[in-house]
Write a protein that binds this ligand. Structure first.
Ligand code: AMP
Ligand code: MG
Length: 379
């Protein structure tokens, strides 16, 4: 009797991603207030001279030069004088305008403007951008690079590490460097380490682990200095798929095990103390695609960033069938903005994945040519 191995009650991908997000602690991000007026003094916005606008195009004797960071009290601009000034330097007392280098001419020891300056020209006024105490970002605003910069500007604590430490370990007795016909090389380990690196993690590739519960337990109990462990293999229904039971024995919290996705049904996520274990399926296409879906969410959460949206949209250049009842990620080439499906051979077919640019999301029973679908970019 033909039997479908799909189950309608498998956890939908979006629910699995949400569970992972919520199970991880985000760094506490306090509100950001302006520590002082921004800018804290009138500043030059151009390289030029600082002078009194009221004197128009009259020649000015140069008293000296102010660079960014110089104390402006070194000079006072009085009638008939000016100070050379560089972008970012504080305006000296007496000056009310900057005339840029391009609008100055020399007469002997003096300079004169070639246009009529107006008060405030090329000056960033004190407090122009914010006043001391202004609320700049509410508490809990997710980090991005600009917000890290703003926190640094206001003298607030910064995230301790910019990159999360991730360990990658393959499992399987069949993995050897010089395989006999009944054995294979570890392709997942290097692939997942490269992927984690591309996604911004600080990654180390660990030695492969045997299909041996005590050895797996030892590796999980002593993960070393990592926040996330990505394993591959050992999470399906085979007699050697020990990882779920080992994790349970160690008292781990299983966030989910088995999701509604093809390839990738056996996907497992668990918390063991502070360690997040992403138990990826062993088949290389499943391992890659599930890492591509789950690792960015974990990294974003732990780094205090907003939840990422990896999906882009494009039209299919040809129809794709989905005979199962799980959504299918199908490898495609991106040609002139359209997804050209590749004739893939399923979750063990790393050759096709390596030729693909993207994987298209195909709901059962399939999608027609020309349909707009979402896709993941292969990195
Ligand atoms: P498993 O989930 O451990 O039963 O593995 C499923 C399939 O993926 C088996 O055919 C494994 O031999 C294969 N596989 C597991 N780990 C790796 C790996 N690190 N590199 C390549 N293939 C693997
Ligand atoms: Mg295995």
């Amino acid at each position: 009797m033909a039997m479908s191995c799909d189950h309608p009650d498998l956890l939908p991908l979006d629910e699995a991603l949400r569970r992972l997000w919520e199970a991880l602690p985000a760094p506490a991000l306090a509100e950001v207030r302006a520590e002082r007026d921004d800018p804290a003094t009138d500043r030059a916005a151009m390289d030029g001279v600082a002078l009194r606008a009221v004197e128009g195009r009259a020649p000015r004797r140069i008293l000296g030069t102010l660079f960014a960071g110089d104390d402006p009290a070194a000079f006072t601009v009085t009638p008939g004088t000016a100070v050379r000034i560089m972008t970012g330097a504080a305006l000296p007392p007496g000056a009310d305008a900057i005339v840029p280098v391009e609008q100055l001419e020399a007469d002997g020891d003096s300079l004169h403007p070639t246009t009529d300056p107006r008060p405030g020209d090329h000056v960033r006024r004190c407090g122009d951008q914010a006043r001391a105490g202004d609320l700049l970002l509410p508490a809990g605003t997710p980090l991005n690079a600009a917000r890290v910069g703003l926190r640094a500007q206001e003298g607030l604590p910064l995230p301790g590490r910019l990159r999360i430490r991730v360990g990658v370990a393959s499992t399987g007795d069949e993995l050897v460097p010089h395989p006999a016909p009944h054995q294979i090389r570890d392709s997942n380990g290097p692939m997942l380490a490269a992927l984690a690196h591309r996604l911004g993690a600080d990654v180390t590739l660990r030695p492969t682990l045997p299909d041996d519960p005590p050895a797996l337990a030892a590796a999980l109990r002593n993960p070393g200095d990592i926040r996330i462990l990505m394993t591959s293999g050992g999470v399906s229904m085979g007699d050697h798929d020990h990882l779920p039971a080992v994790l349970k024995d160690l008292g781990a919290t299983i966030l989910f095990h088995k999701i509604r996705l093809k390839p990738g049904k056996p996907m497992l996520a668990a918390r063991l103390g502070d360690l997040l274990v992403l138990g990826l399926p062993g088949n290389p296409v499943s391992a890659h695609l599930n890492a591509l879906l789950f690792l960015p969410v974990a990294l974003a959460r732990l780094e205090g960033r907003a939840a990422p949206d990896p999906w882009r949209r494009a039209r299919l250049a040809a129809a794709v069938k989905n005979k199962g009842d799980r959504p299918l990620l199908h490898p495609c080439r991106l040609v002139e903005g359209r997804l050209e499906p590749l004739p893939g051979k399923g979750s063990a077919d790393l050759i096709t994945l390596a030729r693909a640019d993207a994987c298209a999301w195909i709901e059962s029973p399939g999608q027609e040519a020309g349909a707009k679908v979402r896709y993941l970019t292969i990195v």
